[in-house]
Design a protein around this ligand. Structure first.
Ligand code: PMP
Length: 286
């Protein structure tokens, strides 16, 4: 069952209009969340980012007050406790012109599917390939907005296909910004560890990942030095350890970058364990 505009409907009957601006222009905001034991981890932050994206898109206030309830109803209707949850809000159906109307009747969809804790979201550490597709700067597309426009990431992932052969199958693209510095993966943020210092590209031309934020906080709580800055691809290739973060993968070690072995390590393992403990405390022990 999916939740469409406030109503639970059978998945096969869940549809949106071909005139919807989310379909026509990618004019929409979304969040990918993860529920553990029926609780959405860091729901407050996901809601805030969704609100911020909607505001950036000039449709502040469209996030309904009962969104958490809609998510809970979707989980319940599908008898899901551990799940992937996606919430999308489009600018809705409007007359066929690019300029958005001030009057917004958003299309709001909640989709959930099973995602067991510790399940095989990723089967192996990531094989990462740097790509020529650049992460657009914030004055081209606001980096902090999580919109339906994923063509940039899709083009980056398509480059992986071209780089693949029978012995080499990269599965995440590492994008640089237009100045040539490391930005992020197609659907992930990147971290690396250098002499005990946890490093990650600073905000500006990356999506402010909620997992990134959690990992930075966990590392700082442990007293590990965390540095954000501008880095070269070579810094990641030469690192002691490297990993990717996103809501569904949590922390995923990077096996190699451009065919050069990097791997996880003690810091990646420790931060993964701390992340899991945070999930346990926030979602299962209530
Ligand atoms: N960057 C991009 C481009 C993404 O699509 C994602 C996934 N939402 C992330 C980073 C990681 O964000 P989060 O930790 O909030 O899932």
């Amino acid at each position: 069952m999916y939740h469409v505009n406030g109503t639970l409907v059978e998945r096969s009957a869940a549809t949106v209009s071909v005139e919807d601006r989310g379909f026509r222009y990618g004019d929409a905001a979304f969040e990918t969340c993860r529920a553990y034991g029926g609780e959405v981890f860091r729901w407050g932050r996901h809601r805030e980012r969704l609100e911020a994206t909607c505001e950036t898109l000039g449709m502040a206030g469209v996030v309904p007050d009962d969104l958490a309830l809609r998510v809970a109803e979707t989980l319940e209707a599908n008898e899901l406790a551990d799940a992937y949850v996606r919430v999308s809000i489009t600018r809705g159906v409007q007359p066929g012109k690019l300029t958005p109307s001030l009057d917004v009747d958003p299309t709001i969809v909640v989709v959930a599917k099973p995602l067991p804790r510790g399940g095989d979201v990723w089967e192996a550490p990531a094989v990462v390939q740097s790509v020529t597709t650049r992460r657009p700067p914030g004055n081209v597309l606001p980096a902090e907005a999580k919109t339906h426009n994923y063509l940039n990431g899709i083009l980056a992932r398509l480059e992986l296909r071209r780089a693949s052969n029978d012995d080499y199958r990269p599965d995440e693209a590492l994008m640089r910004d237009t100045d040539g510095y490391v930005a992020e993966g197609a659907t992930s943020n990147v971290f690396f560890v250098d002499d005990g210092v946890v490093k990650t590209p600073d905000l500006g031309s990356i999506l402010p990942g909620i997992t990134r934020e959690t990992v930075v906080e966990l590392a700082e709580n442990e007293g590990f030095p965390v540095e954000t800055g501008r880095y070269e691809i070579g810094d990641v290739r030469d690192a002691d350890e490297a990993f990717l973060t996103n809501t569904t993968w949590e922390l995923r070690p990077i096996a190699s970058v451009d065919g050069i072995d990097v791997g996880g390590g003690p810091m990646t393992e420790l931060l993964s364990r701390l992340y899991d403990e945070r999930v346990e405390a926030r979602c299962y022990s209530r």
